[in-house]
Design a protein around this ligand. Structure first.
Ligand code: HEC
Length: 107
């Protein structure tokens, strides 16, 4: 009986970790966004105007239908048109994506 519970718990853990959001740190993502992305993007919830007008605000990014965690992750791993040299480390990527996604709930 005990081992069954352990097994169920282990399976829960595994399925819970399968996603991209695995242990994402939203606060770290916010800090990273402030540091790296805020030069061009409005990164705060409900902020309407980006420093660089061509750069969409993160709020508008997350409000775009279909801009899922996966879509964001893929987008950020392909080249950023105006910033081809932007290379985001996997940890930062996961965190910043989690941060952007978190803006959705604050609406
Ligand atoms: C040098 C300016 C600059 C920096 C720094 C920058 N971006 Fe961008 N970003 C842009 C511009 C300009 C666009 C719009 C270009 C386009 O869509 O072709 C864009 C587009 C995007 C999009 C796509 C939005 C959409 O709806 O397609 C995402 C997501 C994004 N940026 C996230 C980030 C993140 C996360 C960072 C920080 C790690 C970042 N950007 C840093 C300028 C920048």
């Amino acid at each position: 009986m005990k081992s069954r519970i352990a097994l169920a718990a282990a399976m829960l853990l595994v399925s819970g970790c399968a996603g991209f959001a695995q242990e994402a740190d939203i606060e770290a993502g916010a800090a990273y966004a402030e540091q790296v992305c805020a030069a061009c993007h409005a990164v705060l919830a409900n902020e309407q105007i980006s420093p660089l007008p061509q750069a969409p605000t993160f709020q508008s990014v997350v409000d775009t239908p279909g801009m899922t965690e996966l879509a964001l992750t893929v987008w950020l791993q392909s080249s950023h048109p105006t910033m081809p040299n932007i290379i985001i480390k996997p940890d930062n990527l996961r965190n910043v994506v989690a941060y952007i996604r978190s803006l959705e709930k604050k609406n």
